[in-house]
Design a protein around this ligand. Sequence first.
Ligand code: UD1
Length: 417
Amino acid sequence: MEKIIIHGGRRLAGQVQVSGAKNSALPLLFATLLAPGVHRLGNVPALRDIGTAERLLKAFGAQVDRQQNQCTVESTKIDSVEAPYDLVRTMRASVLALGPLLTRLGHARVSLPGGCAIGARPINLHLKGLEAMGARIELDHGYVEARAKRLKGAHIYLDVPTVGGTENLMMAAVLAQGTTVLDNAACEPEIVDLAEALRGMGAHIEGAGSDRIVVQGVDALRPMDFTVMPDRIEAGTFMVAAAITRGNVLVQGARAEHLEALICKLREAGAEVTEENRGIRVKGPRRLSSVNIRTSPHPGFPTDMQAQFMALMVLADGTSTISENVFENRFMHVCELQRMGADIAIEGGRATVRGVKSLLGAPVMATDLRASASLVLAGLAADNTTEVRRIYHLDRGYECLEEKFRQLGGRIERAVE
Ligand code: UD1
């Protein structure tokens, strides 16, 4: 197994390029199932989760070719509608194949993803929405089996604005008969990216980015030629890295309109954040101030930045309260940060962080993708050496992480345990 070794205490400086967004590339790859032909996707990050999505597409019968960040999917012949457990269990987003397969081929069989480290994460709202569109859904030996001759437009209200649910139902609706209205839809930028790609394929979608999305079904779509948006969570991670190391970093490709909550909170904490024409520059203050955050669906503070922001607050003056409202059990980084000297108390979904003057490097273990990123950030700011183990989580979501930090002057390397 590999680990990351960080010799902390260096100010990061320079510029770094943000990769394509994992959470946008994944639904886009599954959207290629909606139309026969050759699809072209640019700015696809080279990540483990993307590799899993490609393996799934191949399992369905598609041909996939990736040259660096360009991905070509030929999806004319789809001869299997089964997403097997072995792939789904390594990546929950596999469930996004359900809507496209069902609406194009009338049948899909997708393994239930089960629990994951950050909570139960059910898919009941995906299934309820598909049922409202006329799908017959059965659970069989851990698989969801969905059938429908042709889905019918429906008015669907989502009890919570689920990102994956909104994407699955939007993809299902584009080839359904009639109009689908999704109320209380997720508003994340990745939804807007997917809607734009689908519109380029000939779909009729309005309102993506708001809480009401209206889809007018069409009979057929054409292949997509689309470029994935920049990864706002990767960008946010570098922005926090600049602040936590009192550095000065231009995060190239970061878009302020995707990162408003984080920008406000970084400024409140004392960082200087400026928009430049190629990205966002963050200068860390000499001393950080404590601020409170509450995670919530977009445009609220993203749950995917909670762990990284907590690492920042660990080194701030005063006490901050961090409330996690999207996922239960998303504080696994806390015990590891405590091993580095952080002062954090948890009560339910709320962490109280009392700032300390410095952190001390330690061997720590990554437990999920964003928790791992928070440990790397803490390691960059800590005295001495930090070793982050189980880094396969990081490889699911960060492209060339060590190289990018090295480019900014960080002393960080990968080694075999
Ligand atoms: C996506 C992101 C993930 C991010 C999350 C929230 C991808 C590949 N992943 O995950 O990085 O942390 O959005 O921004 O894009 N829920 C239900 N029933 C459902 C579906 C969801 O109750 O059918 C609940 C979940 O348990 C959770 C909340 O809704 O509490 C939000 O989950 P959701 O938005 O669906 O997250 P994902 O799409 O899985």
